[in-house]
Design a protein around this ligand. Structure first.
Ligand code: SF4
Ligand code: SF4
Length: 470
């Protein structure tokens, strides 16, 4: 039976409830009065239930779809302004004991080179990432308790935080590792991770079991209940996501929102972020073998409806998406993007001889190019990591966010961190665009006192000081 407060996956991601939701959404996709009332509810910026949001996703009335896109844009502006937080993935190991049929690291792939970075290699990778200007990483590993145990991940996190090259530093390490125990989540928390990210891949249990035929990941309930264990282990910020293309997107959308509702109901705080990856080509993976692929229009609608349904949850789009697609969805609600990414183990410091990428990157531009592109589009790239370092995580973050207070931190922090980036790493062309942007944006900080502190700190950054934050 559907119960968002239950700790059992089959209850909080209840198949019958999802099927009923899809039926309801389909029956009402042309119900103008209902859709208008849901849009009005969404204007309150308090989010929507999975049922209401599913109706918006299915809505087939063109002018109301326009309203949905406009509202997503407004909510994005209200909560995130023009800022886009930057990060990069760092692949530590591609050893994997699982059999996920959509990923080239599955254990039956015998020809892909397997690799795990040594601590010395991590130093080289992180130095290369620092030299690009990154401050925020997402660690990626396959699941292999022998080749990639938790102690190795913990040691790697310590190594990463310890590297200080020139003015560089990794200030926030998010971690995307397999579902694990409360005890291991506690260890990750103690190691100082930011967000714990785990993609559900698909919420459809039957498909999940088929797509994960072997290995520990086959256990749907253990995987789906992982965020609860992470939170029990003290991790406040968790990041959800599905791999669009594996199952019907409407099903995944409802499941994703039900997962958010469950976390909110049980832990008092929903997911910190939601990622929206689409399946991509890779070594022995052909995305056309999966018949639930979604087109760019549907992708944009999903992003807009997630933005409306969970206004306080950050949304991430990676370099799986092309420049054109990223440009299209940025204003609909994306708050974080990766840039200059390599999706193989050792991909930043080495020229690869053999391709061992987890997926093909669609956006191959350098971080400098991505930063310049964002600024030319009117966005402010941000290398901010302040909340986690100031202890503003979980419900403390959410309550500040809901009170509208987080806005007083984000823009100043974005301007100060992008200033550091421009001085330390940017090309002269990017710096020129950025300096003009900072001058303009700094004047829009509403609070006079904060504005004057930011002006002063920008000068101090010019003079070599670093790492200011609100
Ligand atoms: S998706 Fe993750 S768990 Fe599955 S094969 Fe790839 S690396 Fe392993
Ligand atoms: S101040 Fe907090 S919410 Fe705002 S960009 Fe920085 S880390 Fe994110």
């Amino acid at each position: 039976m559907y119960d968002p407060r239950s700790m059992i996956a089959d209850d909080f991601i209840n198949h019958d409830e999802i099927m009923e939701t899809l039926r309801y959404a389909s029956e009402n996709k042309g119900n103008r009065a209902l859709i208008e009332s849901i849009i009005e509810k969404a204007r309150l910026r308090k989010g929507l239930s999975h049922r209401d949001a599913s109706v918006l996703l299915e809505c087939d009335i063109p002018e109301l779809n326009e309203e949905i896109f406009e509202l997503a844009n407004e909510i994005k502006q209200d909560f995130y302004g023009n800022r886009i937080v930057m990060f990069a993935p760092l692949y530590l190991s591609n050893y994997c004991v699982n059999g996920c049929v959509y990923c080239p690291y599955h254990s039956k792939n015998k020809h892909i080179p397997r690799k795990k970075l040594t601590q010395e290699e991590i130093v080289r990778e992180v130095t290369a990432l620092q030299d690009m200007g990154h401050k925020r990483l997402a660690l990626e590993t396959g699941e292999d308790p022998v080749n990639c145990p938790i102690d190795y991940v913990l040691e790697s996190i310590r190594t990463i935080y310890s590297i200080k090259h020139k003015n560089g530093a990794i200030r926030r390490v998010n971690v995307n590792i397999a579902a694990t125990t409360v005890e291991n989540y506690r260890k990750l928390k103690e190691a100082g991770i930011g967000t714990y990210i785990l993609f559900q891949e698909t919420y459809h249990k039957e498909s999940y079991l088929r797509l994960h035929p072997t290995g520990p990941k086959h256990d749907y309930n253990y995987h789906t209940e992982a965020m609860d264990r992470a939170m029990e282990g003290g991790i406040d910020d968790v990041g959800c996501g599905v791999l669009f293309g594996l199952e019907l997107y409407r099903y995944e959308f409802a499941g994703l929102l039900m997962h958010a509702e469950h976390l909110e109901a049980v832990h008092g705080v929903g997911p910190h972020t939601i990622s929206v990856p689409r399946i991509r080509r890779a070594d022995d993976i052909d995305p056309s073998a999966f018949d639930n692929g979604i087109d760019d229009d549907t992708f944009a609608k999903i992003v807009a409806c997630i933005r409306i349904a969970v206004p306080y949850t950050g949304m991430i789009v990676s370099t799986r998406e092309s420049k054109a697609v990223r440009e299209r969805v940025l204003h609909l609600g994306i708050s974080q993007i990766s840039g200059g990414s390599r999706t193989s183990v050792g991909g930043y410091a080495e020229e690869e001889e053999e391709d061992s990428s987890q997926f093909e990157v669609s956006d191959n531009r350098t971080l400098d190019e991505v930063v310049k592109w964002l600024m030319e589009l009117g966005y402010t790239p941000s290398f901010c990591t302040a909340c986690y370092r100031e202890g503003r995580t979980g419900d403390r973050f959410m309550s500040l966010c809901k009170a509208g207070q987080i806005q007083n931190c984000c823009l100043p922090n974005a301007l100060m961190t992008v200033k550091e980036y421009l001085i330390d790493y940017a090309s002269p062309e990017t710096k020129a665009v950025g300096d003009a942007l900072i001058a303009q944006e700094a004047e829009t900080i509403p609070n006079e006192k904060v504005r004057s502190i930011v002006r002063e700190r920008l000068s101090l950054i010019e003079n070599g000081e670093r790492d200011f934050r609100f």
